[in-house]
Unconditional design. Structure first.
Length: 277
């Protein structure tokens, strides 16, 4: 199995914390591939394969992951199972990477707080209201059915049978016509194309509600130490009415997404690794 992540120098503290949080869950057969974009890292840990990589021509950092997924598969032709993780993720004590393996020909992502996310805009006087979602991209690729709930691409699992999926996902992320019109076609960056590729294959599976969006150690402690179901904390409600710290079932939470600032990240990492209260 290969787990991969990527970062630039500015966000390396996130990547290091993410890798440290996965270390207790790494068995000898798991490689961690660490793409360092535009710099060379001196960080070292067991099972780590560091890959210095040049910057690529994408509008934002989000779009790298599709092509890097292909790179990882081609770098390790003997491996069958792969995982991508964002760097602002810390892993729960419940994590068992091997239990996430699957045999589908598309990647399995994770459910977030929205079933149908969108971005909207309007003029200062309230007129000309517009919604931007995945429907234009679906129409462009003649995809008519959302076969499964919208999935986040901050963490996904794939296998060697997914190579064609990632070839298409990458081609979407490199499509100059669509990229130049990304406000309409890619309202959620690469994630819009990630979902359209799943729906195009009539995918019905996912990893489900296995993560909580949070950067609060108290939320992490609640999930790690308590039985919580269908819990809306009400601290971070967005304009679509979604609660970003929604907890579907604490017993199934495997990771926490959104840890960017160094101090709360370090405190939470110490708690997860050492059970510090």
């Amino acid at each position: 199995m290969v787990i991969f992540l990527y970062t630039n120098k500015i966000c390396e503290h996130q990547a290091i914390s993410c890798i440290k949080s996965m270390e207790p869950h790494l068995t000898d057969d798991i490689k961690v591939v660490y793409f360092t974009i535009g710099f060379i890292s001196d960080f070292q840990i067991k099972n780590l394969v560091k890959v210095p990589s040049p910057e690529r021509k994408y509008p934002t950092f989000h779009y790298y992951k599709a092509e890097l997924s292909l790179d990882v598969m081609r770098m390790f032709p003997e491996e069958q199972d792969f995982i991508f993780t964002d760097t602002d993720i810390l892993f729960s004590r419940r994590m068992d990477f091997h239990k996430l393996k699957h045999t589908h020909n598309y990647a399995l992502g994770v459910f977030g707080p929205h079933d149908q996310p969108y971005i909207w805009s309007r003029d200062a006087d309230g007129s000309n209201f517009q919604i931007y979602n995945e429907e234009l991209l679906m129409k462009y690729f003649n995809v008519t059915n959302k076969s499964v709930r919208y999935q986040w691409s901050c963490f996904y699992v794939f296998n060697r049978q997914c190579e064609e999926f990632f070839e298409e996902y990458t081609s979407m992320c490199k499509n100059e016509y669509l990229i130049n019109r990304r406000k309409w076609y890619y309202p959620f960056h690469d994630e819009t194309s990630f979902n359209v590729c799943i729906w195009k294959r009539n995918g019905t599976e996912s990893l489900g509600f296995i993560f909580v969006n949070t950067h609060d150690i108290n939320t992490v402690k609640m999930v790690e130490e308590s039985t919580v179901a269908d819990k809306r904390l009400g601290k971070n409600i967005d304009e679509m009415g979604g609660d970003w710290e929604y907890i579907h079932d604490s017993s199934k939470v495997l990771l926490y997404h959104g840890f960017k600032d160094e101090i709360p990240t370090r405190q939470t990492l110490n708690y997860l690794l050492n059970n510090e209260n």
